[in-house]
Design a protein around this ligand. Structure first.
Ligand SMILES: Cc1ncc(COP(=O)(O)O)c(C=O)c1O
Length: 441
């Protein structure tokens, strides 16, 4: 059989996601292995992981317990469908996940990613209202600057223009709350800003405009991560919750980043004492090892959808890999590590130190804001005139050359290391980042 001789460059074929592809090929940043707090680059250099991969490797890399659990699982039950059949692990894991989250959040729908979790949560919200005879509630409300993944549902409720503008008309019937980023009021806040709770009141305006009988759900990230680390103003989420309650609107928290320890608790909902009706999760669930997400639904939602269904299958939705046995094993071992090593508590204990070290960078050149929540810090640099994102990009590249993986959103550096990081490694990470910022033009 003839083989195609199409490509001259072995790297040509991978169309990389959310990457400047042509620029990457000129100067690739390649990692080939990882353990605990470090990656190893293709040329054998150790890189301190300042981003937990992509906000997901909360337990640290290549933890033997997870590796062994995954290897054993694939040998025992490589795959099992979750449509009309089941396997014990998926039921056990669902129960364990439910026990991580507060209140009646105790029915778990498995997905494979954060994007799928978001779209699933939106669909559950619509199904819930239909099941209660309120099928006119179809409107979904997101927020400016929100990142809810890349499905059509997620980009519709999302609020990042670049992620939306190429993709047509998106979902109909979506509106957006204002974002909460207001440097003139809350720059350099330590943790949650004092200013901004009143921005939640915009939901009242939308209710007046659209009528509550048309609104199904509001979705927000408790802390917006991918748009540059925006912790919620104090009292903001409480106000959203109260307005949702007043009008029978469901509140969905997208906790794809914040769940599983990132903010020093099982979830932002738990940390802040604000209870959503639906929660979207992924990332930290398996510490990034095997793709898996989960939507956790309040008992009233599950009950209504399953008990009021006119058809034997109550909810026409699912993925071939929902509750995949290998992912289940990875999640189970990950939750074991979180519990055995008290990693959520550890994150809570490290937070004040992490906050101090982050805010020590405020007098460096071009720094215009520093924001933090839990084990997340955003360091915003002034954009170069006419070249938004260039300074950030160079910061990432320089950090890579000097021994750390950091993440950038335009000109904001986002740091969110694995929760096993030591204080010495926090110092090392921020020292390296400080050096990079000093040397950047
Ligand atoms: C808040 C939030 N929602 C959804 C997603 C999408 O997750 P995934 O990339 O796994 O689809 C992300 C990813 O960063 C996220 O931060």
């Amino acid at each position: 059989m003839a083989t195609s001789v199409r490509s001259t460059n072995a790297m040509d074929s991978f169309w990389m996601p959310f990457t400047a592809n042509r620029r990457f090929m000129e100067d690739p940043r390649i990692v080939k292995s990882a353990a605990d707090m470090h990656y190893v680059t293709a040329d054998g250099r150790k890189l301190l992981d300042g981003t937990a991969g992509l906000w997901c490797v909360n337990a640290g890399h290549a933890r033997p317990k997870i590796v062994e659990a995954v290897s054993a699982a694939i040998a025992e039950l490589d795959y099992a469908p979750s449509y009309q059949f089941g396997h014990p692990g998926a039921f056990e894991l669902a129960g364990r996940i439910a026990s991580v989250f507060p209140g009646d959040l105790n029915h778990v729908f498995f997905t494979n990613s954060g994007s799928e979790s978001v779209d699933t949560a939106l669909k559950i919200a619509l199904a819930y209202h239909q099941s209660r005879g309120e099928g006119t509630r179809t409107r979904l409300i997101g927020r400016e600057r929100a990142y809810h993944g890349v499905g059509f549902g997620g980009i519709s409720v999302g609020g990042i223009a670049t992620n939306r503008r190429h993709f047509g008309s998106l979902l109909a019937g979506v509106d957006h709350l204002p974002h909460t980023h207001a440097p003139e009021h809350n720059a350099y806040s330590r943790g949650m800003p004092e200013w901004g709770a009143h921005l939640a009141d915009d939901l009242e305006r939308m209710v007046a405009l659209h009528d509550p009988s048309t609104i199904a759900a509001v979705i927000v990230e408790p802390m917006a991560g991918s748009a540059g680390v925006l912790p919620p103003p104090k009292g903001y989420l409480e106000r959203l919750r109260a307005i949702c309650d007043k009008y029978g609107i469901l509140l969905i928290f997208d906790e794809v980043i914040t769940a599983f320890g990132r903010v020093g608790a099982g979830s932002a909902a738990e940390l802040l004492g604000v209870q959503p009706d639906l929660m979207a999760t992924a990332k930290g669930l398996t510490s990034g090892t095997i793709p898996m997400g989960a939507v956790i639904a309040d008992a009233k939602i599950y009950k209504s959808v399953t008990e009021n269904s006119a058809t034997p299958i109550e909810f026409f939705h699912g993925y071939t890999y929902s509750g995949h046995p290998v992912a289940v094993a990875a999640a189970m071992a990950t939750l074991d590590i979180y519990a055995e090593e008290g990693l959520f508590q550890r994150a809570a204990e490290l937070t004040p130190y992490f906050e101090d070290v982050a805010h020590n960078l405020r007098d460096l050149p071009n720094v215009i804001d520093i924001r933090n929540m839990g084990m997340v810090a955003g360091i915003e640099l002034a954009p170069r005139p006419g070249a938004v994102g260039e300074r950030g990009f160079e910061a990432m590249q320089m950090a890579f050359e000097r021994g750390a993986m950091i993440r950038i959103t335009a000109d904001t550096i986002a740091l969110s290391p694995p929760l096993i990081i030591s204080k010495e490694q926090i110092d090392e990470l921020f020292d390296l980042v400080a050096g990079v910022i000093r040397d950047l033009k």
